[in-house]
Design a protein around this ligand. Structure first.
Ligand code: MRU
Length: 354
């Protein structure tokens, strides 16, 4: 697994942010280099950079670029600029909580360098952004190790959206144990929901798994329940954009349908996420903000209108799967089986494996 979705390149605070433009995959692998926070915000908004952990990492580096642009001499002015950049980045996407956690961390890091001048603040914010990226990489690795206990040789997995290397700074969340199992010769087969309307499954997940030599079958989202009914799937593995304190999980639209079908057909449904995706401030899924995408994603196909002009459209980008449908939540701390209430990392005193 060698996809490097994001990277800080060049010399320290003089560096640049480099990322894969995911809107061009799988046709073209194009790396974009930027020195502008506004370009990072636009990349997040347009899903050139996407996936909850990756959005957080990109935003943190976006803050580095934003404060570096500050031209004034006023020591507090650079912190006001940081604040302004954080606010701009916070408005890009509402559901993935990693974004807000990362912005909060860099804001605090910048504050801690108050009085150190522009370069002092940039240095501190860069250190924090690099720390976030390294932690996310480490969490992916540990999720992969922990999640391996849920897989067995020959298993057939169904996944929805993309929770792999392209969505994180490391080897992925839901795909991390798949990569581990593949490396150990388990012969895992993965069914990938195409993930309407933006096709993160067929464009991104299928691509990155095939790069790694994993056996992949793409199916349309509506075929997932039928595949389960036909006993073609042994487990469903998905990532998350925000997990409430009770375990309710927001993920790409269509996840709830997969979870519901999995329960109907007695198939385990597992959620994989780093603790940066858990929101202890939100009690249950009702409080999770759900992003709506531009309607033309539904009404057009490759630039061609496919729905009647003037038709009403419902276009949520995410849904919430109730904790009761989730067989386990796997974080860097291990495999947690229900009940989740008060037991998720950061949500209570009792932590760790069940
Ligand atoms: O709209 P996207 O492509 O950013 O949505 C991504 C997902 O829903 C992923 O499943 C989630 O962020 C987990 S990524 C490890």
């Amino acid at each position: 697994m060698s996809v490097r979705s994001i990277e800080w390149v060049g010399e320290g605070i003089e560096g640049r942010l480099r990322f894969i433009d995911q809107t061009l995959l799988p046709g073209r692998v194009v790396y974009v280099e930027t020195v502008a926070a506004e370009e990072v915000a636009a990349a997040i908004r347009s899903l050139k950079v996407r996936g909850a952990p990756l959005i957080g990492i990109a935003a943190a580096f976006g803050c580095v670029l934003g404060v570096r642009d500050y031209g004034g001499a006023d020591g507090d002015g650079v912190l006001r600029r940081l604040d302004e950049v954080c606010r701009m980045l916070a408005q890009t996407r509402p559901t993935a909580v990693n974004l807000f956690h990362a912005l909060e961390r860099v804001r605090r890091a910048g504050d801690a360098a108050r009085g150190a001048g522009r370069d002092g603040v940039v240095k501190k914010v860069l250190e924090e952004a690099l720390a976030i990226a390294a932690e996310e990489r480490g969490m992916c690795r540990r999720i992969g190790e922990a999640g391996l206990e849920l897989l067995r040789p020959g298993m057939r997995i169904l996944t929805h959206c993309n929770a792999g290397a392209l969505a994180t700074g490391g080897m992925g969340t839901a795909l991390a144990p798949v990569y581990r199992a593949h490396a150990e010769g388990y012969g895992i087969k993965v069914y990938v929901d195409e993930t309407r309307p933006l096709l993160q499954g067929s464009r991104l997940t299928a691509w990155e798994l095939m790069q790694a030599g994993v056996e992949v079958t793409v199916l349309c989202d509506g075929a997932a329940a039928w595949a389960m009914r036909r006993r073609l799937v042994d487990a469903v593995l998905v990532g998350a954009d925000r997990i409430a304190a009770n375990g309710d999980t927001a993920n790409k639209i269509g996840t709830l349908a997969a979870a519901t079908a999995a329960r109907r057909y007695g198939i385990p449904f597992y959620v994989f996420a780093p603790s940066s995706t858990i929101d202890p401030e939100i009690e249950n899924g009702d409080g999770i903000p759900i992003e709506e995408r531009p309607l033309d994603a539904i009404t057009s196909w490759a630039g061609v209108r496919i729905a009647p002009e003037g038709v009403a459209v419902f276009a949520p980008a995410f849904d919430v799967t109730s904790a009761e449908l989730i067989s386990a939540i796997v974080t860097e701390e291990g495999v947690l089986r229900p009940p989740f209430e008060g037991r998720l990392p950061g949500c209570g005193s009792a932590r760790g494996r069940s």
